[in-house]
Design a protein around this ligand. Structure first.
Ligand code: GLC
Length: 734
């Protein structure tokens, strides 16, 4: 039980320990703390959401509302203050509400989607984005954000890859830490400009079969621990206050009812004693999964698994009191859940200051202020990835430019999970480009097609614009609803009408730059060969149009590096860099022509690998060396490489260090990212980059799930991405 038990809070001017407060609560009042209401409930909506509508039909009494513990999705200082005030007027013991919401990559100032932030490899900026999101959310009355999402992803068919930072466990863990630091700061009680974070979705939600949302996950515990758990663990090691369950099964049991995962691993092994909240409806979904016969059994299983708050269904509200009365659950389980909820309320200072940072006047100054937009612009610059450039970029201000495509004048640059942002406030790409031209009249704009439909008229307009231009900038991509939750696609190419537009414009023989706005790695057939240059912009956020224009005209040098592989085609998926070699690797010296692990019709390698990204300058790697060919637990190694900017413009390179364990007790990935360094170099400048490699970085989960390193042969790799590296061999001696 949390050591907060004996800490006191102030209620109505009196001090009381959390323990004594719980002692004063009726069973119904305790159960109500486990209930989360949604905004429509407060708007009196009859049919919005699952936990709103006629209370009696949901088994929710007036008491439940008066005593409910938290609210989902409410933001806006004035509204929050009103709801909190009314709640406290009606709550017998004066226990305040927790206000929770999805503030994933920004509040009003929307940052690039997390997959884009991952491609920045810029941890300080990632942390700043979370800090700004927290500040805008906090002043708008939010106490908790349902973020960061740290699910490792390997399947771009899944809509929520946009919400992750990619396919590498080490990098995901580093970003998880940065986001938690940004959201929570170091003094949640005293720093009202921060919010509590809720790491999600526990666990391995990104491993759904066939890239289909909510689908079955079936992994060995070793795979789970080696690849999927590091992100969550890192967030909790950084002090993340809450965890959200995932919709999927883990080893045959839905996470939300999985005591092995939640009680044994999360709470006992990892020592997490914070709030565990279900995902939306996931408690009731135990029925559909097939481990609960009804809502009563679902409530019992979820509570026994350690789920403290049920989101958006009312299994707890309807059944927990009866389950206690029938001795089918121990009231102590409810007490421990209530203790965790009250403890977070205490940590946030809500008993003494139930409105915390909510302040309508301050809200107007802070939300979407210039400094915040500048930070979003900076992060968007760093998140875009230059995938191809055959001497077309950067553009020149004196050129006549046709901006053609469904995103030429679209505000849909915010991406999924930007419900508090404003598309209207987004500067359109065409307008941003216009600002870069010496003659505004040199800008020609045409849609060419919609995202998934087109007309002859649209084509005619596009052709006219293209024929009059020196350069075509294609603004293409996916609607933000084509990724995100439940946004899964079996075909991950651009929509057909857009590929058709590219093909027809290609016939005009004009230089073509494709800018992509999308939430996943795409199959770039019909784009990669046809365009002379490709800038992956993802969903770049509130300042995305300006950032893309800045990069296109060379005001900034692209520095993003992919954190998720771009497959050659969807047939390769899942494809990721840290894969196992197999017994018949393609290309081995003694490989047979046919009988190796390969396809007859496509390559094994992705089109663009993890870590890949181009620049407007060139970087030369030389003199890679290792301090010794032997490492011990006491004697780490140093890997050194010289990096020279041999081009004509300054640029930021991300030097990457990988390792391969040549022979383990279980098979080991052909490469694993262990460290990286972002290096800004002026033209002609050389820097010596040094990495320290330690024995602890060579540890892995053995077949008995013990985590340690083996003596033996290793390779260290250093270079610009997971493919182009220099290998350095060494031994670990024990
Ligand atoms: C959704 C998502 C989760 C989100 C929650 C609340 O279904 O899976 O990430 O935080 O519901 O909106």
């Amino acid at each position: 039980m949390s050591n907060e038990t004996n800490q006191t809070v102030q209620i109505g001017g009196n001090s009381i320990t959390l323990n004594d407060l719980i002692g004063k609560m009726t069973l119904d009042e305790k159960i109500a703390q486990l209930i989360q209401l949604a905004v429509p409930f407060y708007e009196g909506a009859e049919d919005a959401g699952l936990i709103t509508g006629p209370m009696e039909s949901l088994g929710i009494t007036e008491d439940t509302v008066r005593n409910s513990g938290s609210v989902l999705g409410m933001a806006g200082a004035k509204d929050v203050i009103n709801v909190q005030r009314t709640h406290l007027e009606n709550n017998r013991l004066g226990i305040p509400l927790l206000m929770m919401a999805d503030i994933v990559h920004g509040f009003k100032t929307i940052f690039p989607v997390p997959l884009a932030i991952g491609c920045s490899w810029d941890l300080p900026l990632a942390e700043l984005s979370a800090e700004i999101a927290a500040k805008e959310a906090a002043v708008s009355g939010v106490h908790v954000t349902y973020a960061p999402m740290v699910d490792l992803v390997r399947d771009p068919r899944w809509g929520r890859v946009m919400e992750s930072t990619g396919e590498d466990p080490y990098l995901n863990a580093e970003f998880a830490r940065a986001f938690v630091r940004g959201f929570q700061g170091t003094d949640l009680a005293g720093d009202y400009d921060r919010v509590a974070a809720c790491v999600k979705h526990f666990a391995a939600y990104g491993a759904g079969e066939a890239g289909r949302d909510y689908n079955t996950v079936d992994l060995s515990e070793r795979q789970l621990r080696e690849f999927y758990l590091p992100g969550y663990k890192a967030a909790l090691d950084e002090g993340c206050e809450m965890v959200m369950t995932s919709f999927n099964t883990v080893d045959g049991i839905p996470a939300t009812g999985n005591s092995n995962l939640m009680r044994k691993l999360l709470r006992e092994e990892w020592g997490f004693d914070g709030i565990l909240i279900s995902d939306w409806g996931a408690v009731k979904e135990l029925i559909a999964h097939g481990i609960a016969a009804d809502e009563t059994e679902a409530a019992a299983k979820a509570l026994k698994a350690g789920v403290d708050i049920e989101m958006m269904t009312s299994c707890y509200a309807k059944n927990l009191a009866d389950l206690v009365a029938k001795n089918e659950i121990d009231e102590a389980l409810i007490d421990e859940a209530v203790m965790r909820i009250l403890t977070l309320k205490k940590k946030l200072g809500l008993f003494e200051n139930p409105y915390r940072a909510a302040n309508p006047e301050r809200e107007k100054e802070i939300v979407f202020c210039d400094d915040h937009r500048a930070a979003s612009f900076e992060l968007a610059l760093k998140s875009c990835v230059l995938l191809k450039n055959e001497s077309v970029l950067p553009l020149q201000s004196g050129q006549k430019i046709a901006v053609i495509g469904p995103f030429a004048q679209s505000g849909d640059l915010l991406g999924p999970w930007s419900w508090t942002g404003s598309h209207d406030a987004v500067v359109r790409l065409a307008d941003s480009i216009k600002n870069k031209l010496s003659q505004p009249s040199s800008l020609l704009v045409a849609a060419g097609c919609d995202i998934e439909s087109s007309t002859e008229e649209q084509w005619q307009e596009a052709r006219a614009a293209a024929e009059a231009a020196d350069v075509i900038v294609l603004a293409l991509g996916e609607h933000s609803d084509m990724s995100g939750e439940a946004g899964c696609r079996a075909n991950i190419q651009l929509p057909t009408v857009q590929l058709e537009l590219i093909r027809k414009l290609k016939a005009l023989n004009k230089p073509m730059v494709a800018v992509l706005f999308n939430g996943r790695p795409l199959d770039l057939h019909g784009v990669y060969d046809e365009a002379d240059a490709i800038l992956e912009a993802w969903f770049p956020g509130s300042e995305g149009g300006n950032a893309v224009a800045e990069l296109l005209f060379g005001g900034a040098n692209p520095s993003g590096r992919l954190t998720m592989s771009f497959p050659y085609s969807v047939g390769q998926v899942p494809v990721y860099y840290n894969a196992f070699n197999t017994g018949r690797p393609q290309g081995a010296a003694d490989a047979q022509v046919r009988y190796v692990s390969q396809y007859l019709d496509i390559p094994n390698e992705p089109l663009l690998p993890f870590g890949f990204g181009l620049s407007y300058t060139e970087y030369d790697y030389s003199e890679a060396s290792i301090s010794s060919d032997t490492m011990t637990a006491e004697q780490p190694l140093t890997v050194t490489v010289k990096l020279t900017n041999s081009g004509k413009v300054a640029g930021e390179e991300t030097v990457q260090l990988y390792v391969r364990d040549i022979s383990g007790e279980v098979v080991r990935p052909v490469k694993e990212l262990k460290d990286f360094r972002k290096v800004l170099l002026q033209p002609g400048e050389t820097q010596e980059i040094e990495f320290t490699l330690t024995e602890s970085q060579l540890r892995y989960y053995h077949s008995d799930l013990q985590h340690f390193s083996d003596a033996g042969e290793f390779l260290a790799f250093v270079g610009p991405n997971s493919k182009q590296t220099t290998a350095l061999s060494f031994k670990l001696v024990k």
